[in-house]
Design a protein around this ligand. Sequence first.
Ligand code: ZN
Length: 204
Amino acid sequence: MRDLLAGVTRFQQRKYPELRSRFEQLANGQQPDALFITCSDSRVDPVLLTDCLPGELFVIRNAGNIVGRQGEADLGIAATIEYAVKALQVPQIIICGHSQCGAMAGLLDPASASSLPDVSKWVASAKGALEATPQDEDVDRLTQVIRANIRLQLRNLMTFTAVAEAVEAGRLVLKGWLYDFENGTVDVLSPETDQFDTVTTGTV
Ligand SMILES: [Zn+2]
């Protein structure tokens, strides 16, 4: 097992001095650019992916980037969404799924998670994604489920009163992303076509 405190020492010696003034400024409060909801998977790093700095992303992570519906969602998730939207007034929420998602593989093949009862229950809460997958015939079944889960969680977000009110008032935009960590690409869900389009360099 690696001693991660060695990494803390490197952070203190190299990175922290570069960011000291930023952290001092952040002591006065945060105004993040987004609530970023993604999977706990170690291969997904929201700050690295978006080239953000401390203070710029407010993050929820769990297995499968699952939100759930208001009233049914995990209280920690609901509270964090409420805080992001009402207290921090984030201008955007991004649901970011990713390639090779183990949680979505578990949803697709429940037998693969049969020895993990809590994982099974958790991913089953996204089973609506299974019912809504056949429209993406250009990709494999797992990618279809990953995409459908992003669409499902965006719909679930809109069941939260605070989210729906902010969207309707034009203060908040919801976005769906699919990050392929093997290629470093991000496919963005188009609100117009409900399809995922690959973002190419220079278009954002
Ligand atoms: Zn995942």
